[in-house]
Design a protein around this ligand. Sequence first.
Ligand code: 4NP
Length: 166
Amino acid sequence: MAATRILFVCLGNICRSPMAEGVFRRVAEEEGLIDRFEIDSAGLGDWHIGQAPDHRAQKAARSRGVDISSQSARQVVDEDFERFDLLLVMDRSNYAELKARAPHEARAKIRPFLDFAPHVGTSDVPDPFFGGTEGFDHALDLIEAASRGLLASLTGEDRAKVKRSG
Ligand code: 4NP
């Protein structure tokens, strides 16, 4: 079976989408399903190209056993709309911006990441860049919930859900 290619997208690619890439990778590994996916992340802006994730994002992820230190920021490029099966955005602003850049035939591949965690009651992973550490922890809570929901949705397996409640 061909791997499902997933691109996580936020504004700068140094906070939310690197955490989403790392957490989803970790959740898929834990479930023994990592071989089914190709995972990457990118930003809408070009300010941080080539940089490692924000140290606060690295620290918050590390405290949950997820190492994102080797990631390097890049900007969304036109080929991404062809190459990836799903482009998952972190908030409504990312959604509008990415849809505006996408060719018509790729627009259906763009989804809010939190669509996969309807129980959290929000569509947005709030941007933690200008706030304190608690924003990174909150973002990680939402990202973990959506990662488990995404995995369950794509694999049709309930194990991720069982894990969430256990
Ligand atoms: P991210 O956070 O989109 O979660 O990576 C941000 C990082 C940098 C900036 C904005 C948001 N910035 O304006 O530089």
